[in-house]
Design a protein around this ligand. Structure first.
Ligand SMILES: [Mg+2]
Length: 172
């Protein structure tokens, strides 16, 4: 499960943090969390949207912290690729946002994203199903890792619930 925090809503926007966590139907596992230097984003040609910046400034301190500091974009993306490894699915809310904006950031530093388009899965779709699990949010909203972990828990529990329904059907 991937969640990014950005300074814009369109591909080409600066990415200020990446949060990700591995999960399956039995729960969540290994995490990835890195903050990215805004200056390095701008040097790579990524943009800063004033309206999004204003939105960030209205958020609470812990979320806002993601905007300062951080490591160079290219280095963080290399680390993410390494962490992604041979994963065969990438989930996001939705891939048309997180995956597309991150892909554009990879291209801005002449690198390719580590996933294929057909590995993308949509959290927004599964979380809108009537069988979607209800999970209480823990941590800081708009913190990339806390968002990713929350979304992963929802999908994990939903998949486990579907598996239970399927097993019940087979034993009936
Ligand atoms: Mg988020």
């Amino acid at each position: 499960m991937l969640d990014i925090e950005t300074l814009g809503l369109e591909p080409g926007a600066s990415v200020v943090s990446i949060g990700a966590v591995r999960f399956d139907e039995s729960g969540v596992g290994d995490t990835f969390e890195r903050s990215i230097s805004l200056t390095s984003c701008q040097r790579a040609g990524l943009t800063i949207d004033a309206e999004t910046l204003e939105w960030w400034l209205a958020q609470d301190g812990e979320a806002l912290d993601q905007l300062s500091g951080g490591d160079p974009l290219a280095r963080v993306l290399e680390a993410f690729s390494e962490w992604y490894g041979d994963a065969d699915q990438i989930w996001a809310n939705s891939p048309s946002f997180d995956c597309e904006l991150l892909e554009t950031a990879y291209h801005a530093v002449d690198r390719d994203e580590p996933w294929m388009f057909y590995e993308e899965r949509d959290f927004r779709t599964i979380s809108s199903l009537p069988v979607a699990a209800d999970v209480e949010f823990e941590g800081v909203e708009h913190d990339a890792l806390d968002d990713a972990v929350h979304q992963a828990e929802v999908v994990s529990k939903t998949l486990a619930g579907i598996e239970e329904i399927r097993a019940r059907g087979e034993s009936a």
